[in-house]
Write a new protein. Structure first.
Ligand code: SME
Length: 207
């Protein structure tokens, strides 16, 4: 469906990720994006409309994060701002935040999204698996991941990146959930691992 400027308006349901085209009415409802308009601004809506570049510019995002947290001596504040930055920059998310390791348990840290489970034992769920294996987990469909912990029933896919302390041990994870299936790919993985390396450098420096 095109408007008078030839822009196609596409709506993706936050809950199901389902694609719908809607006629433009005076005021654009939230979730409704002009593919052409978004392309001009270099970013996409909930999901890319045809021809829209959905690739997140992680180089730019990482630069922004470094500027945001550089020189700020408050770990909680920096993690809170990092979660807000990621949550607002990546389309299609319903949750983005941190779990920090305390002993054998991941404990909920700063995040954006609905309230989430507070403790995740090492090895459990996607977060616990990423931390235990010290390996980024890219899960296309969380419903088939053994032991997935469903904090928000809207989540359909997820990526979890381990965070390392100065000695190289895992100190926590960055957990990002999407309402869309198969939302994250190798580009996201590489970009988010690079972003996490800035957090490691700034927030967990050698003593
Ligand atoms: N999905 C996680 C649980 C945390 S919530 O998604 C915020 C997991 O299975 O590890």
């Amino acid at each position: 469906m095109k408007d008078e400027k030839g822009h196609t308006y596409v709506y993706y349901s936050m809950r199901s990720g389902e694609r719908q085209e809607r006629k433009r009415t005076g005021c654009r409802p939230s979730g409704l994006r002009s593919a052409a308009g978004l392309r001009e601004r270099g970013r996409c809506g909930m999901m890319p409309a045809k021809g829209c570049d959905r690739m997140t510019n992680y180089k730019e995002l990482t630069r922004q994060l470094a500027g945001l947290i550089g020189g700020v001596p408050h770990r909680t504040a920096n993690l809170a701002n990092a979660s807000a930055l990621v949550f607002s920059a990546l389309p299609g998310l319903n949750w983005a935040g941190f779990y920090l390791l305390e002993g054998e348990t991941l404990v909920l840290g700063p995040f954006q999204g609905k309230p989430a489970c507070i403790e995740i034992p090492l090895g459990r769920g996607v977060c616990g698996t990423a931390a235990a294996k010290d390996e980024t987990q890219v899960v296309a469909d969380v419903h088939v991941f053994p032991g997935h912990i469903a904090c928000d029933s809207a989540s359909n896919s997820e990526i979890v990146v381990p965070i390392h302390g100065p000695e190289g041990a895992v100190v926590g994870v960055l957990d990002i959930d999407s309402v869309l299936f198969d939302r994250f790919d190798a580009h996201d993985r590489a970009g988010l691992e690079e972003l996490v390396s800035v957090l490691e450098r700034e927030l967990f420096p050698p003593a």
